[in-house]
Design a protein around this ligand. Sequence first.
Ligand SMILES: Cc1cc2nc3c(=O)[nH]c(=O)nc-3n(C[C@H](O)[C@H](O)[C@H](O)COP(=O)(O)O)c2cc1C
Length: 204
Amino acid sequence: MDRSTNILISYYSSTGGVHRLAEAVAAGAEKAGADVRLRRVPELAPASAIAANPVWAEHVASTDHLPEVTLDDLRWADGVALGTPTRFGLPSAQMKQFIDQTGGLWFRRELEGKAYASFTATSTDHGGVEATILALNNTFYHWGGIIVPPGYTAEVQHEHGNPYGASHVAKGGAAPGDVALLSAQHLGERLAVVASQTHELRAG
Ligand SMILES: Cc1cc2nc3c(=O)[nH]c(=O)nc-3n(C[C@H](O)[C@H](O)[C@H](O)COP(=O)(O)O)c2cc1C
């Protein structure tokens, strides 16, 4: 890369699976030489709901120190990966709330020409990973982004089998395994490489 490439990984996670994927996407972007910001979107759920689920409560406590994403992080980035758990086949409300705050950036055309990718987790094989990734990608069309799918551009993609984005099926609450993490890392690497080529697509 001839100038440093900035990659933002912005994610929401209740019980840690998507957080783990986010770390792997970040590691891949770093491996490609990018400057990386790993940021969580703010929690919206009431404290009583979090407290009722010990795994959720533990994850909130252990990630409380991590910075929350800001609109300035989006402005800073050349490439962005958004990650969210699947909620009834859709992105989480927490991620949607973040997306819905980007109207001003969109209006000023500050989001166009950047590289974008998506990742998610479900608890069942056919619970909607592709649906959630494609739903996130709908936003990138509106932003005028360059959508970066992993396709089958690495050996691990043949093993993992999701050409749309990075994903994990958290059966019984399982954490992402080596193949899912390697696939997520590949997505981060590919996002950074594509993002490094997008500077000239942007006005400012
Ligand atoms: C309200 C709600 C809706 C969910 N909807 C789905 C779904 O549509 N398909 C599915 O397979 N899993 C569904 N799940 C399970 C989550 O997707 C899964 O627990 C999550 O991906 C784990 O990610 P996390 O550990 O980062 O929170 C749902 C969970 C909740 C709480």
